[in-house]
Design a protein around this ligand. Structure first.
Ligand code: FAD
Length: 476
């Protein structure tokens, strides 16, 4: 019987446990224990129901294009609970000189694919629009090592594009800065497009034409979520795992290599395992591995994380009419505000707020404003309300507010991240039985975390030589 420890009960660790459970039920000789330091499972996936509204504390959805989270939902019996974003109403604004400017139709991240809406948009100056036209003739360029997203975008479209679009979009996803994040790790498709086509505009159009030829199916929504929120995925996965394998309030304090395996110490107990799946943030993994491999701990500790706060505000339904139509807005740093973004939740997804309620979700924090975590709840809510008033003229008193602090939760893939991962993989080869999963490595979104957990479990089974038995679906 092989014994496996999973450390970390966020969606990465739970996805790993789910794969192991399928193998166990299929007759594989294995046992596993999942250690989670907090009293609940799910990590940053937390949903609350407040005053008839569905409030997401962490992620509210995931990219439909990446299949792993939807696949897991279907496997745990939630196929009929998947919902798509209301893309017919998908409008997003950027704050430019104190006013909201609509992101023009056809803009794919920062690449324009439709001429008229881009030319007419107040989002960009004439100078940037001319840069966009010139970009069409950008020559192919083989990557000579990594660079920041800011340097890459600036080369194609100029600095205004970095400030008004690339940076706010990345703050929204990573809580990071375009001037720090690695283009090869964060936007690998764009780096490839530059190498093969030169112009991102031409590359994007070629890709869209190819897709249109290959598929006549109607376009899928950009984002997918669950009717009852992201917590529904956590609950469904947990309900398929034996309670005896799940150790909440089980902070792992130490791990040690011993007798060809690993000893895991949590609280006053120590236990022997053949393998470990480390599904914590890389910072926690670094702490736990300091005694095992100083080099590995130092590489893991080099992966930076930022913190953020999400503030949900529920209002009377009449507030809906006072908001601009669409999903919400992003705030470039140059606007001098502290808020990074706001989502009009009741518009983005169905089933989020009753008709007589409006629900807003705002983000604050990120790489440039870690200090906000030191502010009291009241101070943070006041900042958000003041800025909502300045940006969209919202003066109404909220019926409720819910604030969630996420300390060091968002990994930042800095320049050289992929090279760092190469070194980490080399060091792991000297530590058989140890596998890493989580948002610190090859994707920060929920689907990537599901994939990383599942792959870590499969790799562990392979290393341990656990007999391949066809996995059974655990759907009810
Ligand atoms: C505010 C916010 C909004 C986001 N929005 C989106 C979104 O809309 N869409 C999207 O796709 N992604 C989003 N993300 C990113 C995504 O949700 C996360 O990257 C992903 O859920 C991380 O999952 P994880 O399991 O790797 O890590 P976590 O959820 O951080 O789980 C790690 C777990 O490890 C535990 N742990 C740590 N140390 C120990 C220890 N020593 N012993 C035992 N347990 C330990 C922690 O308690 C934690 O529960 C968002 C993230 C945040 C914070």
């Amino acid at each position: 019987m092989k014994r496996i420890a999973i450390i970390g009960g966020g969606i990465s660790g739970l996805s790993a446990a789910f794969v192991l459970e399928k193998r166990r039920l299929a007759g594989a000789s294995l046992e596993y224990v999942l250690f989670e330091s907090s009293r609940r499972l799910g990590g940053v996936l937390v949903t609350e129901h407040v005053d008839g509204c569905l409030v997401e504390a962490g992620p509210d959805s995931f990219l439909t294009e990446k299949p792993w989270a939807s696949d897991l939902c279907r496997e745990v019996g939630l196929g009929d609970q998947l919902i798509g974003s209301n893309d017919a109403d998908r409008k997003t604004y950027i704050l430019v000189k104190g006013r909201l400017a609509l992101i023009p139709d056809g803009l794919m991240f920062m690449v324009p694919t439709k001429i008229a809406p881009t030319v007419l948009s107040p989002l960009f100056s004439v100078r940037t629009k001319l840069r966009m036209a010139r970009e069409w003739f950008h020559p192919p360029r083989k990557a000579e090592g990594d660079e920041t997203v800011a340097a890459f975008v600036e080369r194609h479209y100029g600095s205004e594009m970095v400030d008004r679009l690339a940076d706010p979009l990345l703050s929204g996803v990573y809580g990071g800065e375009a001037a720090q994040l690695s283009v090869r790790a964060v936007l690998p498709r764009f780096a490839e497009m530059e190498a093969t086509h030169g112009s991102l505009g031409r590359a994007m159009l070629a890709a869209r034409k190819k897709m249109a030829r290959a598929s006549k199916a109607p376009a899928r929504p950009l984002f997918t979520s669950l009717k009852n929120g992201m917590q529904q995925l956590v609950d469904a996965v947990v309900s398929r795992l034996p309670a005896s394998a799940l150790l909440t309030n089980g902070r792992v304090q130490r791990i040690q290599r011993r007798e060809g395996g690993w000893v895991v110490s949590a609280g006053y107990a120590s236990d022997h395992f053949d393998a470990i799946i480390m599904a914590t943030p890389a910072t926690s993994a670094a702490e736990l591995l300091r005694l095992t491999s100083v080099e590995l701990a130092s590489e893991l500790g080099g992966i930076q994380y930022t913190s953020s706060v999400t503030v949900n505000l529920g209002y009377k339904g009449s507030v809906r009419a006072a908001l601009p139509p669409g999903f919400g807005f992003l705030v470039p740093r140059s606007e001098g505000k502290r808020m990074l973004a706001a989502t009009f939740v009741h518009n983005k997804f169905p089933h989020r707020a009753p008709e007589d309620r409006a629900l807003l979700r705002c983000f604050i924090g990120g790489a440039c404003n870690e200090r906000v975590l030191q502010s009291s709840d009241e101070e943070v809510v006041n900042i958000i309300r003041e800025e909502l008033q300045q940006i969209i003229g919202l003066t109404a008193d909220p019926l409720f507010t819910r604030l969630y602090r996420w300390q060091g939760a968002m990994a930042q893939y800095g320049v050289g991240h992929l090279e760092r991962l190469g070194r980490i993989e080399g060091l792991l080869q000297q530590l058989p039985g140890l596998t890493l999963a989580g948002n610190g490595y090859r994707g920060i979104g929920v689907p990537d975390c599901v994939r990383s957990g599942s792959e870590a479990a499969n790799r562990t089974l392979l290393t341990l030589g656990v007999r391949e038995v066809a996995p059974q679906a655990l759907t009810s």
